[in-house]
Every structure is written in structure tokens, then in C-alpha cells.
Design a protein around this ligand. Structure first.
Ligand code: ZN
Length: 125
């Protein structure tokens, strides 16, 4: 699998230091556009967000949310990926985790190889 871009949160997203709520309508349109423009080559693979620390794996809430995505039929994947940007004043690292619900709920870290930088599209204005 190749991760080619990271969506912006959308203009109506709510940002808190320990929480985030996405702009669902904006993101649905973003994904539809991407899907159409790429002729179906690019689609939703998962979520991303920042953890303000190093060695900060998915939280309990993160894991629950990714397993929910894996179960839901209206998401384009049964094996969603969570990319966590571990961000501190000194360092920034990308880590990725894969989630499955079948045959049972589990998650594991994925190995990342970088070919090209991921496009972080118009980050928060
Ligand atoms: Zn998190």
C-alpha cells in the first residue's frame, strides 16, 4: 500500500489539545474528488493525526475508532491504517499502525518506507 496524501481537517473541524473532530462533509467531498480524479486509483486508507510526544502509540480511543472504521461498510477499507505524527519541538517522526477486526481485533505497527514526501495539503490556515 502507498500513502500518497494526508487530508486537511476541513474548515469546520474542531481542534482540542486532546481531541479532534473532523469536518465530515468536507472530507467526504475531498475523498470523492480524489477517487474520481484518480480514476479510482486513490481512495481512503485510514486516518492521521499528531501526538505531541515521541514513542506515543495509538491510544485506547484511537484503537477503538480504527476498529470501528474497520467494521463499518461505508469506509473504503477493512484494514485501516493510522498514521501518527510524533511531534516534539526537537523531532518529528511518522509512524503507522494497521488495524483488523477479523478474525479478531488486533493492531500492529507497519514498516514505513519513504519514496516521496506525503502531501500534507493546505494544513490548518
Ligand atoms: Zn491519537
Amino acid at each position: 500500500m502507498q500513502i500518497t496524501r494526508a487530508s486537511p481537517p476541513g474548515p469546520r473541524a474542531k481542534h482540542g489539545p486532546f481531541s479532534f473532530s473532523r469536518d465530515t462533509r468536507f472530507l467526504q467531498r475531498y475523498l470523492d474528488d480524489l477517487h474520481n480524479r484518480s480514476g479510482g486509483q486513490q481512495d481512503y486508507v485510514g486516518e492521521w493525526h499528531v501526538h505531541p510526544a515521541l514513542d506515543a502509540p495509538p491510544s485506547r480511543i484511537d484503537r477503538r475508532s480504527l476498529w470501528r472504521i474497520a467494521r463499518r461498510k461505508n469506509y473504503a477499507t477493512e484494514n485501516p491504517v493510522l498514521v501518527i505524527v510524533e511531534h516534539t519541538p526537537l523531532e518529528r517522526r511518522l509512524r503507522a499502525y494497521g488495524f483488523v477486526v477479523k478474525p479478531k481485533k488486533s493492531w500492529h505497527e507497519l514498516m514505513l518506507t519513504r519514496e516521496e514526501p506525503i502531501a500534507l495539503e493546505n494544513r490548518r490556515a
